[in-house]
Ligand binder design. Structure first.
Ligand code: ADP
Length: 432
């Protein structure tokens, strides 16, 4: 039977009996009073027992009771049992998670919103030199690299930094922070020593090969020029071959120069100074106008006089590549707009053409080394496929961004966006 019905039925029966006895014995009021007081005492006693049971943790079997109290005890007991089961399951899951993260070869550290260590795995001890006793300590006090502190403060979670391990400087670590939960962050550090070694080997190899190719190319070029001078033009085949050989050696020379420049951009940083960008752009544009089929095609607008702290030679290469591409990949009668201006506090260069454009799928790939879009105009134009890779690296060295907007058949706009803090007014602003 429903406990509520049983409770009400019992009370009704008691009340009925009290009324009958009270009427017959002419003691209705006192008997009703006694009944009410007994009911109240019973309820108080039940509440007292219930509170004692809960106070003891509500564990174990609940006290024997009757009526609605039996039902209340049973419901609470069932809830407690379910909670216990859930806790056990959660505990198991946490345990499994801990065991799996302990087994990870990469270091994992849970950080509080104040960069304090909340938990770390075994690998963190090995590669970051953290100890169990470091729990609660601020991680920038233990891993003392200025770039690491800057990275933590910046809170740019898409970025990754490469640092030497605090335990062994020969081990290189790729460190990344992933935010989760309420302000918590997971720091992951992966050993990338081998990868870095291979990258250095690749860079050295490219630099050495390019360097070694330079001398034979110069010799070849010299001889070809001499042979061309000696050519009396009697043999069409010979003249044609010499021209072909000259154009191919020139192409190879460009390739070697671009590879050397790219390697230099990746490996050495030249001393920065305050670069007069409007002056530099004026020079580049007048040089561009003297290129084949380019006269009168460049429209330069200098809306800002902002100068930038940077490496003039690298900025010149980046801007020249963008301008030459814009002229190359658009028709000979179209205008190329070059605009230097400031937008939202950032100095910015737009090089816009009205040429063939680039398909949306190709845009992310054009800055890859040797990548050339397979279009009719691209095939006709000579190129190394390294120009935009040079632009990307030169801008990266200036902490600037390259933005590419393009529509097939309408043209492209390549924008170099510099951080506002690089603006300088005179030579004194220059940092080493
Ligand atoms: P390349 O030496 O081939 O010009 P880049 O790295 O400068 O090498 O450019 C890569 C490819 O991107 C080019 O081959 C071309 O297909 C495409 N590209 C670059 N700039 C433009 C542009 N302004 N308009 C259309 N396509 C372009």
């Amino acid at each position: 039977m429903n406990p509520w019905i049983r409770e009400i039925a019992t009370l009704s029966l008691l009340l009925l009996a009290a009324i009958i006895v009270g009427v017959l014995g002419k003691i209705l009021v006192p008997i009703l009073f006694v009944l009410l007081v007994s009911i109240l005492i019973r309820q108080f006693y039940q509440i007292y027992r219930f509170e004692k049971w809960i106070d003891n943790g509500g564990s174990g079997k609940y006290p024997k009771s009757t009526g609605i109290w039996e039902a209340i005890y049973f419901h609470v007991y069932r809830m407690k049992k379910r909670e216990k089961k859930r806790k056990k399951k959660l505990g198991k899951m946490v345990d499994q998670f801990r065991k799996s993260t302990e087994a990870l070869p990469d270091a994992a550290v849970v950080l509080s919103p104040n960069d304090e260590i909340e938990w770390s795995n075994k690998a963190a001890m090995k590669v970051l030199g953290l100890d169990k006793s470091d729990k609660g300590q601020r991680i920038p006090n233990l891993i003392r690299f200025p770039e690491f502190t800057r990275y933590l403060d910046n809170r740019k979670y898409d970025d990754v930094i490469v640092l030497p391990s605090p335990v062994d400087p020969n081990v290189m670590l790729s460190v990344r922070v992933v935010p989760y939960g309420a302000g918590l962050r997971l720091l992951l550090a992966q050993d990338v020593t081998q990868l870095k070694k291979m990258e250095i080997m690749r860079k050295d190899f490219v630099a050495n090969v390019s360097h070694e190719l330079r001398t034979p190319l110069t010799v070849l070029k010299g001889y070809l020029e001499t042979i061309k001078d000696m050519d009396d033009g009697e043999s069409g085949l010979l003249s044609n071959s010499i021209t072909q050989m000259q154009s191919q050696t020139e192409r190879m020379e460009h390739l070697v120069d671009d590879l050397l420049l790219l390697t230099r951009l990746e490996t050495q940083k030249k001393k920065a100074k305050c670069v007069d960008i409007p002056g530099l752009l004026s020079k580049i544009c007048s040089e561009g106008a003297s290129l084949k089929n380019s006269f009168g095609r460049i429209d330069l607008k200098l809306e800002s006089q902002a100068k930038i702290i940077g490496v003039e030679e690298d900025l010149r290469s980046a801007f020249t590549n963008l301008l030459v591409n814009a002229l190359k990949y658009s028709s000979e009668d179209s205008i190329v707009n070059v605009r230097w201006y400031e937008h939202q506090g950032c100095p910015r260069l737009d090089v816009q053409d009205h040429g063939e454009g680039i398909a949306a799928l190709e845009i992310p790939r054009v800055t890859e080394r040797f990548y050339r879009v397979d279009t009719n105009l691209s095939k006709k134009q000579s190129g190394t496929g390294l120009g935009l890779a040079i632009v990307k690296h030169a801008l990266q060295n200036h902490e600037a961004k390259l933005e590419i907007k393009s529509e097939v058949g309408k043209g492209s706009c390549f924008s170099c966006i510099f951080p506002g803090r690089l603006v300088c007014t005179d030579e004194k602003d220059v940092v080493a």
